[in-house]
Design a protein around this ligand. Structure first.
Ligand SMILES: Cc1cc2nc3c(=O)[nH]c(=O)nc-3n(C[C@H](O)[C@H](O)[C@H](O)COP(=O)(O)OP(=O)(O)OC[C@H]3O[C@@H](n4cnc5c(N)ncnc54)[C@H](O)[C@@H]3O)c2cc1C
Length: 452
């Protein structure tokens, strides 16, 4: 520790037990204490930290807010955590070119608010937006409810300043609306889970704020009809900005945790939002209401901003509320083609009934992205093992429907045993070779993504 502090004068460094505990876990629940935590304030600070780690072959792990679901920011043994809490400046909002340049520690929700005040819009909105960072979003290629219409983080990353594992700094990508010179390194770093480079500045594309937003809550007496509504809405040539799904267990868990008046007897609900010109979205809403009512749903419209916020508060409370069902949730993040959502939900129900383990489902149904939560108690070894054994089964079903095992949470530590189920040996070999080009000493977030 003394050696580290000596090597990094003017940079806050700690190995206090409370810091090692607080920076040793994320939302996956996995805990491994780092050897130290450092808080850089500038790119130059990051360069010094990375050069020190490179010279001494010490693993380093960048960390945003630690809301990752797959242990991406959980340190490997002996690693130094680089926390971006002090690098949280919005450097420039370029209204003429519609872009924003910021540091990685900026909280997504703060950026959204700042832009909205100026009539601007940054669409990617993970349900964790009020506490996750833009750096973490870039590293995970985060999505969110609005991805159905607006895409994910990678669709907005224009250029990145990145510190490579030997301490060299590059600015890669473009600050223009287009650019195709050479390989897209900014695109490659996006979603690389902090394994290729440490991102220190981010230029994001932004949009004009949509004129109006309209929010609907569709309440379904049958789970199947909610799944069918998703593909029927898309097939009716409407692209809502959100199409979120909650099953009955989820609704009840949220109501017990943060009651907002969701219907506990419904088998499923869809939270549907449209944005754009008022007359256009009113017509689209009428079509959606007809689709849902034909499938037996009751549809309510949020009367005002307050009612809309209430629904979104409930949606954002889903993840924490599930811990009231069971202390441990094995959280998966599968995606199936939208027209296979119903089939997947039925298969999940069967797996749950056959195993006797509660499986709770919610998520971005408009993308076919279902957050599957296997609810167990880690202290009950038998139940926990049984829960873990369901993961492979669920992934097999997902892949058999043409799906993918992760839509937005990444691989990190928790999903690395399974990537061979989806990727070929050749693909994994190419990806490992890319990692080696950037990080020949394997010091940057080692042990993530690839099985040993
Ligand atoms: C309640 C809840 C809801 C969520 N909802 C969503 C959702 O709707 N959509 C979604 O996509 N995700 C969601 N997530 C997951 C999580 O919030 C996202 O993955 C988010 O992008 C992580 O951001 P973070 O700042 O917490 O990153 P961390 O968890 O700190 O880190 C995540 C990864 O990014 C790397 N990293 C962080 N900063 C940098 C940097 N500057 N340079 C290089 N690598 C870096 C880390 O090493 C790690 O691998 C949710 C999580 C929770 C707890």
């Amino acid at each position: 520790m003394n050696k580290l502090a000596d090597a990094l004068p003017h940079i806050k460094v700690s190995d206090a037990p409370e810091d090692l505990i607080c920076y040793g876990f994320d939302a996956s629940g996995i805990e491994i204490a780092p050897s130290a935590v450092v808080w850089p304030e500038t790119t130059e600070d990051v360069v010094k930290i990375v050069k020190h780690a490179y010279a001494n072959t010490i693993p380093i792990v960048p960390r945003g807010a630690g809301t990752g679901m797959t242990a991406g920011a959980v340190p490997s043994q002996g690693a130094i955590i680089i926390s971006f809490e002090k690098m949280k400046r919005i450097i420039e909002i370029d209204q003429e070119n519609l872009s924003v340049l910021c540091e990685p520690g900026v909280i997504n929700g703060k950026l959204q608010r700042e832009l909205e005040l100026m009539g601007l819009f940054y669409p990617p909105d993970p349900a964790s937006m009020h506490f996750c960072t833009i750096g973490g979003n870039v590293a995970e290629n985060a999505g969110g409810p609005r991805a159905i219409k607006y895409g994910v983080t990678r669709d907005y990353v224009m250029e990145l300043e990145a510190v490579l594992p030997d301490g060299e700094v590059i600015m890669t990508g473009v600050s223009t609306a287009k650019g195709v010179v050479g390989y897209n390194l900014a695109g490659l770093f996006t979603g690389s889970e902090g394994t290729l480079a440490v991102v220190t500045k981010i230029r994001l594309k932004i949009l004009p704020l949509p004129e109006e937003v309209l929010t609907l809550l569709a309440i379904f007496p049958a789970l199947e009809s909610a799944g069918t509504a998703v593909s029927k809405i898309i097939a009716s040539r409407i692209l809502p900005r959100t199409l979120e799904f909650m099953d009955q267990e989820t609704i009840r868990a949220v109501e017990n945790f943060k009651p907002v008046g969701l219907p506990g007897n419904a088998e499923a609900i869809l939270l549907i939002e449209l944005d754009g010109h008022p007359s256009a979205i009113t017509k689209e809403a009428e079509k959606i209401v007809a689709v849902c009512e034909n499938l037996g749903a009751e549809v309510q419209m949020a009367e005002d901003e307050h009612a809309r916020n209430r629904l979104w508060t409930a949606r954002r409370a889903v993840s924490p509320s599930l811990y009231h069902l069971k202390p441990t949730k094995i959280n998966e993040d599968i995606v199936v083609p939208r027209n296979k959502v119903t089939e997947m939900l039925m298969r999940l129900r069967k797996i749950s009934e056959e195993s006797g383990i509660t499986i709770v489902n919610f998520g971005h149904a408009g993308d076919g992205n279902i957050h599957v939560n296997i609810m167990v108690d880690k202290k009950d070894e038998e139940e926990y093992e049984k829960g873990v054994s369901l993961v492979e089964k669920i992934f097999r079903e997902t892949l058999s429907l043409g799906g993918t095992i992760s839509g937005e949470h990444g691989i990190g530590l928790t999903k690395k045993p399974y990537i061979g189920m989806e990727l070929s040996k050749k693909e994994i070999e190419i990806m490992k070779a890319i990692k080696k080009v950037f990080d020949p000493k394997n010091i940057l977030n080692p042990g993530k993504i690839f099985p040993e």
